[in-house]
Design a protein around this ligand. Sequence first.
Ligand SMILES: Cc1cc2nc3c(=O)[nH]c(=O)nc-3n(C[C@H](O)[C@H](O)[C@H](O)COP(=O)(O)OP(=O)(O)OC[C@H]3O[C@@H](n4cnc5c(N)ncnc54)[C@H](O)[C@@H]3O)c2cc1C
Ligand code: SF4
Ligand code: SF4
Length: 952
Amino acid sequence: MTDLEAALRRAVRGEVGFDVTSRALTTMDASNYRRVPLGVVAPTDADDVAAVLEVCRERGVPVVARGGGTSIAGQATGTGVVLDFTRHMNRLVALDPQTRTAVVQPGLVLDRLQDAAAPHGLRFGPDPSTHSRCTLGGMIGNNSCGSHSVAWGTTADSVRELSVLTARGRRLRLGQEWAGAPEGLRELVDGDLARLRTGFPDLPRRISGYALDALLPENGADVARSFCGSEGTLGVLTEAVVRLVESPRARALAVLGYADEAGAAEAAAGLLPLGPLTVEGMAVDLVPSTEGLPRGGAWLFVETGGATEAEARARAEAVVRAADVVDALVVTDPAGQRTLWRIREDASGTATRMPDGSEAWPGWEDCAVPPARLGGYLRDFRSLLSAHDLRGTPYGHFGDGCIHVRIDFDLLTDAGVARFRRFSEELADVVVAHGGSLSGEHGDGQARAELLPRMYGAETVALFERAKAVWDPDDLLNPGMLVRPAPLDTNLRFSVLPREPVDVAFGYPSDGGDFSAAVRRCVGVAKCRTTSVSGTGVMCPSFRATGDEQHSTRGRARLLHEMLAGELVTDGWRSTEVRDALDLCLSCKGCRSDCPVEVDMATYKAEFLHHHYEGRRRPAAHYAMGWLPVWLRWAARTRTAPVVNALASVRPLAAVAKRLGGIAGEREVPRLAGETFSRWWRRRRRGPAGDGDLVVLWPDTFTEHLSPSVGRAAVRVLEAAGLRVALPPTLRGRGVIGDGTSKSALALLTARRGQVCCGLTYVSTGQLDRARTVMRRTLDLMAPVLETSAPVVVLEPSCAAALRTDLPELLHDDPRAARLASRVLTFAEALERHAPHWTPPAVNLPAVGQTHCHQHAVLGDAADRRLRESAGLRGELCGGCCGLAGNFGFEEGHYEVSAACAEDQLLPAVREAPDGAVVLADGFSCRTQLEQLAGVRGRHLAEVLAEELEKE
Ligand SMILES: Cc1cc2nc3c(=O)[nH]c(=O)nc-3n(C[C@H](O)[C@H](O)[C@H](O)COP(=O)(O)OP(=O)(O)OC[C@H]3O[C@@H](n4cnc5c(N)ncnc54)[C@H](O)[C@@H]3O)c2cc1C
Ligand code: SF4
Ligand code: SF4
């Protein structure tokens, strides 16, 4: 233990983390930069913060405060001690609706403040897109804004008083009229009044530099306001009194379509006199689909407010009338508005990639110009991009002249980094020529601070340096930001990654086969770090269950990044830190669909486990549950299912078996079916074959051995819909498909009986060699099916997802894998595509349950929704993950998190179900979780429909 760590442990009550994991988790924010800290402290109160500052000052160790770590310019990272305010100092201390103020701790997440203010008809004005995870401390640190700043200003406009500790341990209460000003600040201002009056451009979004002009007497000598946007370089905030604004009772959203971006940009400023709440803009190249948007090549999202819906609508319609648009729509219903806003909010994440999926990075994502000059600025900006042969898709707060864009800089090669520098310098000049600010809301950090002299001139920057010296004479707080900045092309997070592709098992088709490229996808947006999820979203259940960054998608991506970098995590694939961070990943694949850049942690986890255990003994659960298909087949062949069930019901025996198999003691071992699905299939009496399409029904391990009733129900429904159902061959070679017995004499002589398997259980436990063997064998068996045009219907969503994605990505060298993947249909998709005229029986009941996480992430649930609707199954299924997630919830040490995930959405939804509701759960895991944790029987949609058919 270092002297620093020991001293901190003695001095503070909060957690002190100098371990590899704690440090790895804070090496980056959402920027291009990476700085490795010495350690992380999670203070419990202001005294803890004071103690950290004292210990660090004595040793000359820098300190950086950190909230959600969503900064885009590197200012939430540091080389000394990181103060993590999100763990303990995250409370709303008080909220007074009378005075419209709230007292907050710095780690409070904005959405929690909004939740508390909403019942009083109030809200905090600024609302960055990261509202679900950004903190008030971070917002004050950056002087954050958001889409409503045309109405409610920046964070500085909403701040009343700030409790701040200086690096030398002084406790200040910052306010107006010099309240709390550190010694020497007033003299500094008084001595340079002329510069302060003329050296700061007048525009709504000037976030660059220190806001020293707020200290002018005519501006109320507002020390609190001036502190906003200081990026943790002047003092550490421990509490804030903030102002709340009245939230309009009703809102309407006018979406205005323009021919192009310049048209939208030029129109934006003209709408401001109409008093809109937002004027947001984006062009067509930013949105994956224009569905739901009015016609046009660019749009303005203009929100209006009112005391009633009619009033808000009337204002929105007035905006449409005043705007010279190609097309427009006005929405007043809240759900419709939310859907449209989600397009805009997701756009900021979408923009982290180019439309063709190639990489794009921040750095110049945040300039602002006077709104009236936006059109001209955008034209100059685009031509500078082309001059440097760069691409980017601008969008942003057009009403405030603030533009966001991610650019396809090459930050991997020296030449690319040199071009990044040249472009940055030239663009800074363009922004300044338009009277603008290098940063319009994200702050300067390391990305823009070096260029501040171009915007402010050397003298004003020298004044910034003197101000910094007044607050922090020892340069202890977040050095390298704002003044005496680190060069913008150093500390780039990519420079530490291996140059050559790493040897891996999966194909990583979207990353050119390069695992480093897959890992560096995570841009730190932190959408995976939220405590609630909207709609049918899934990502990231393990963070929601634990609240620990280590168990978020971002945390895991950071550890993998450090593993590849090899500087902090030094033992590569053998790293126990990476293994532990991945341990609570449910492999739910939620991030694959919900992360704006499609970080696919389930795949990375399988890859890691494959290498981590290469040539070594694995945890017992990998053998017990990874090899589940083998054990179950063995029980079926030997007809010992009843014996296994009987033994499993004897508690002491089950306990021993669970311990040996690495299964959580709290879990019941699922019962094996008395008769497998395919045995039932072989003995059943068949009616005359219909003349509908042939579909091949996949006997997945769960349907086959654990819930054959699902398979039987599916056969009943598919045949009722007029389809001819077959099972995959069980003998290799060119036999007859579909009878499950394949008795041709030649086949019998030359082949061994086998069973198809998607390999899911081997993949999720990282036994990738075995998974490949199983998948190859499956492709051999499926060869005759692949020669036909028959679709393959998979009832278990996990298996369908494995066949669609894991199979082709793992057997990327075998063209048959992609062919089989393309044939896979869910039950609902098969009915919709192959029996389009069939009408399902009318169930006419409310339905609750959960869309399977793999269905959400890989397969989509549109066909399921339509099938449910036409069967009269009313209501929405919830999102999230059931928490059992195949082997995950059964594994020793996972029970608590597994149950917490179920409590996130599924169990509350089922508890609140209306009387007589059908509980739908297509996945075996979800049904097991429901049964074991709530005593509720969930059913596959096929079972519900089959039962109704029986009644007819
Ligand atoms: C996809 C995306 C979209 C975004 N959209 C917006 C947007 O619409 N509007 C906007 O304004 N920003 C936006 N941002 C930037 C960022 O999310 C905001 O600035 C946010 O408010 C930062 O909050 P945080 O809790 O993550 O702070 P952090 O990143 O953790 O910290 C921000 C700064 O504040 C300092 N700080 C944190 N706590 C303290 C403290 N207690 N005392 C002193 N200093 C402290 C830090 O040192 C750092 O310099 C976006 C970022 C991303 C990735
Ligand atoms: S995993 Fe995705 S959502 Fe999470 S921080 Fe990384 S990019 Fe953002
Ligand atoms: S697979 Fe699921 S649990 Fe794992 S990181 Fe992604 S969202 Fe989180």
